[in-house]
Design a protein. Structure first.
Length: 647
C-alpha cells in the first residue's frame, strides 16, 4: 500500500481491490482481526488472497469518496433520448446513474444502474424472443457528435521504429509485461534483499511513523509501549517454493536483538547475523517467515539490515529469478510499483521515495531509480504510470532523471495515471469532479474523458522539452477503454484535436472473458467459448481502435491484456479454466492476432500472482513454478518463439 496504515486497514484495502476493467468491488468479510487471528500471521494472510491486482487497491478514503460520488449522482428518470451502449451478451457501461433498456422491435425490458450492466436475457429476461437485441441507456441529451479535428496526420506508424537503426523494432520490443508489485503475498520476489520495500509492523499493525528514523528503521526498541517490538514479514525467494534447501542469512549493524518466527528450520545465530532454511511450500501461508527486532539501542540502533540467500553476493540488487523470468519482455510496465491506483492527494519531489531507503514510504511508492534499474538490468524499456496528482515539478525532475538514466536508443513510455475512465479507482472520480468543475461537459463521464485529455495536453510538453535532444526515445501514451471506441474518439475530439500533438500512442486493454452468467457446467464448452472471445476481442473491439489510431497516425498498443475471467461463486471452475492446457493455444493465437492487426506492442497483465475467486491474473501463480504448470505463460513463450524473441 502507499501509506502506513493499520494491518486491519491493509486487509481491507486488499479485500476491495478490483481488476483493471471490472466495475464492481467484491468484499472479503470482516477486516478486523480477532484476538486469536492476531496471534497467528498464517491465519491473517488467508484473508489477503482476494486481491485481483496485487498492490493496486484504492485506499479506504478513496472508497468513501467513490461512494459519495455514487450517492450524489442523480436518480434515474425516464429519459428523453436513448443512446446505444451494447449488443446482446456484451456489457453496457453508462456515464452516470440512468435507466437501461434491453430489447428490439419496440419490445423492451428496463433496469436502472449507476455504472455498468450485463446486456442479456440473464439480466433483463427476454422481452423479444427470437430477435437479436441491444441495450441503450437513457440520456437527457442526444449522443455527442464526434467531429474529428481538421488535418490529422495522414500516415499511420504500423510498428515502433528503432532510434538506432531506423528500422521496425525488434520482436522483443513488441512484447511486454506488467511487473509485480512489492508485497509479501504476491508470489514474486523482486529484490535479492527479502526485506526491501516491505513494512514494519507492531502487533501485526502498521507502525506509526514517529517510531521510525529517516532510514526507515525503528528509533529504539525495548518492548515497551514507547519503543515496541517491530516485525517484518519476509518475501520468500523463488527457491523457497521449489526446493528444501533455500537458506537465508540476515545481517545488520548496531546494537540489538533480532529473532525469527514462523516455520524456522536449521536456525543459526552469529555475530550480527541469523541464518535459517525455508520450509518448502507453494501455499501463501505455508512457509511464511517473519523477522522481529526485539531490542535496539537508541545510541547505536539496529540498522542496515539485509536478508538474502546465502548463495547471493552482498551487492546483488535484484533476485536472479526475476531477471530470468523477465528476459523475453522488451517493455516492463511498472503500474503495480507506482502509486497510480492509490491516487495519493499530493505527489511532490520532496515526498518521493528514494532508492536507499529499505522501507519505501514516499508518496509515489517505489523509487523511480529502482524501476529504471530493473528495466536497465533486463535491457528493457520502462513504462511509467505517473500518479494523477504528481505536480509539474515532479514530472520535470522525473523526466530528467529518466532521460539521464535510460540509455539513448531505448524508448521510454509515460502515461498519466492508470485507467482514468475506471470508477473502481479514485483517479476516475477526481477527474470527473475536475472536468465538471471546469465546464468541460455537462455529461459526467464525458467530463472525465475530456479532463484526461486536458491533463495530458498540460503535462506531456514537460516530457517533450526534456527529451528534445532525442524525441524518438519518448513514447507519450494516453490510455482508453478497450470496449468503447467512443471514449477514444472523445479524446481526439477535445480542443480541436490538440491531443494529437501531445501523444505518440493510444493504449487499450483488450481483455477477453465469458460473462459469468454464460458459463456452463461443461468445461470444454467454456474453453471453446473463451477462445472465441479472445479472437472477437481483437477482431472487433481492437479493430475499431485501429481504425481510429490509423486515422490520426498514432500507434495502437496494449497496456494490459489477457484473460479476464471472473467467477466469484465457483473458484474451482475459474482455476480449472486458467490451468487448462488449452490456454496455451488461446494465448498464442491471441497475441498472433494482435500482431496481425497492429504489428505493435502488447503488455500482458500480469507477471505473477496467486489465483482467487476474484481473478486469476498471473501468467504464473508463484515464482519458480514449473513451466509445465503454466499454460498461459507457455502460450506467451510459444508466441515469442514464432517472433524470434530471446529467452
Amino acid at each position: 500500500m502507499r501509506y502506513l496504515m493499520t494491518f486491519a486497514g491493509l486487509l481491507l484495502a486488499l479485500c476491495t481491490a478490483t481488476p483493471a476493467t471490472a466495475q464492481t468491488v467484491a468484499g472479503c468479510g470482516t477486516t478486523t482481526p480477532t484476538k486469536a487471528e492476531a496471534a497467528s500471521i498464517p491465519k491473517l494472510t488467508l484473508k489477503a488472497d482476494c486481491f485481483a491486482k496485487a498492490g493496486t487497491a484504492a485506499s479506504k478514503a478513496e472508497q468513501v469518496h467513490r461512494a459519495a460520488i455514487v450517492a450524489a449522482a442523480p436518480k434515474p428518470v425516464e429519459p428523453k433520448y436513448w443512446i446505444d451502449c451494447a449488443k446482446e451478451t456484451e456489457t453496457c457501461r453508462v456515464p452516470s446513474a440512468t435507466r437501461v433498456r434491453y430489447g428490439a422491435a419496440g419490445k423492451f425490458a428496463y433496469r436502472d444502474t449507476t455504472t455498468a450492466i450485463g446486456c442479456g436475457n440473464g439480466t433483463f429476461g427476454d422481452p423479444a424472443p427470437g430477435i437479436v437485441k441491444t441495450c441503450a441507456y437513457g440520456s437527457a441529451t442526444p449522443a455527442p457528435v464526434m467531429t474529428p479535428a481538421p488535418s490529422p496526420i495522414a500516415t499511420p506508424l504500423p510498428a515502433p521504429v528503432s532510434t538506432v537503426t531506423g528500422k521496425p523494432a525488434a520482436a522483443r520490443d513488441r512484447l511486454g509485461l506488467n511487473v509485480a508489485g512489492l508485497t509479501y503475498y504476491g508470489g514474486e520476489p523482486i529484490y535479492a534483499n527479502q526485506l526491501y520495500g516491505l513494512r514494519w509492523l507492531v502487533n501485526w499493525q502498521g507502525i506509526d511513523a514517529r517510531f521510525l528514523r529517516p532510514d526507515g528503521f525503528p528509533i529504539a526498541v525495548d518492548g515497551t509501549a514507547a519503543a515496541p517490538v517491530v516485525t517484518s514479514i519476509l518475501n520468500p525467494p523463488a527457491t523457497a517454493k521449489t526446493t528444501d534447501d533455500a537458506t537465508t542469512i540476515c545481517r545488520w549493524e548496531g546494537n540489538g536483538e533480532v529473532s525469527l518466527g514462523g516455520n524456522v528450520n536449521k536456525l543459526k545465530h552469529g555475530d550480527h547475523s541469523v541464518q535459517f532454511t525455508w520450509t518448502k511450500s507453494i501455499k501463501e501461508d505455508g512457509g511464511r517467515m517473519w523477522l522481529s527486532i526485539m531490542r535496539s539501542n537508541a545510541a547505536d540502533p539496529v540498522r542496515a539490515m539485509d536478508c538474502r540467500l546465502t548463495t547471493e553476493a552482498r551487492d546483488l540488487v535484484f533476485a536472479p529469478s526475476v531477471l530470468s523470468y523477465l528476459k523475453p519482455f522488451g517493455v516492463l510496465r511498472f503500474l503495480d510499483q507506482s502509486a497510480a491506483n492509490g491516487n495519493p492527494p499530493s505527489v511532490t519531489w520532496a515526498t518521493r521515495s528514494v532508492p536507499g531507503d529499505l522501507i519505501q514510504r514516499g508518496t509515489d511508492n517505489i523509487a523511480i531509480e529502482n524501476m529504471v534499474a530493473l528495466a536497465n538490468a533486463n535491457g528493457s524499456s520502462p513504462w511509467f504510470t505517473v500518479p494523477w496528482n504528481a505536480d509539474a515539478d515532479y514530472h520535470r525532475r522525473m523526466a530528467q532523471l529518466v532521460h539521464d538514466s535510460v540509455p539513448a536508443g531505448k524508448p521510454v513510455y509515460v502515461e498519466i495515471s492508470n485507467e482514468v475512465w475506471n470508477y473502481s479507482f479514485g483517479q476516475a472520480g477526481q477527474a470527473q469532479t475536475e472536468g465538471l468543475a471546469a465546464g468541460l461537459s455537462d455529461n459526467a463521464f464525458q467530463a472525465n474523458i475530456r479532463r484526461l485529455a486536458q491533463k495530458t495536453i498540460e503535462i506531456m510538453p514537460i516530457w517533450a522539452e526534456v527529451y528534445k535532444d532525442r524525441p524518438a526515445d519518448l513514447v507519450r501514451v494516453i490510455a482508453t477503454q478497450a470496449d468503447n471506441a467512443w471514449v477514444g474518439g472523445n479524446l481526439f475530439e477535445f480542443d480541436n484535436g490538440a491531443i494529437a500533438k501531445n501523444i505518440d500512442a493510444v493504449a487499450i486493454a483488450p481483455y477477453f472473458k465469458i460473462d459469468t452468467d454464460k458459463l456452463v457446467a461443461n468445461h470444454a464448452t467454456n474453453m471453446t467459448a473463451l477462445a472465441a472471445e479472445a479472437k472477437r476481442q481483437v477482431a472487433f473491439q481492437s479493430a475499431a481502435y485501429k481504425t481510429l489510431t490509423d486515422k490520426w497516425g498514432k500507434r495502437l498498443i496494449a497496456y494490459e491484456g489477457g484473460q479476464h475471467q471472473i467467477d466469484p461463486d465457483n473458484q474451482a471452475r475459474l482455476e480449472a479454466m486458467n490451468r487448462d492446457p488449452a490456454m496455451e493455444g488461446i494465448y498464442r493465437q491471441y497475441l498472433t492476432d494482435w500482431q496481425a492487426l497492429t504489428g505493435d506492442l502488447f503488455v500482458l497483465y500480469s507477471a505473477t500472482g496467486p489465483f482467487s475467486k476474484y481473478g486469476a491474473w498471473g501468467l504464473r501463480e508463484y515464482a519458480g513454478q514449473p513451466l509445465s504448470e503454466t499454460p498461459k505463460l507457455r502460450g506467451v513463450l510459444d508466441f515469442a518463439d514464432t517472433q524470434d524473441v530471446p529467452k
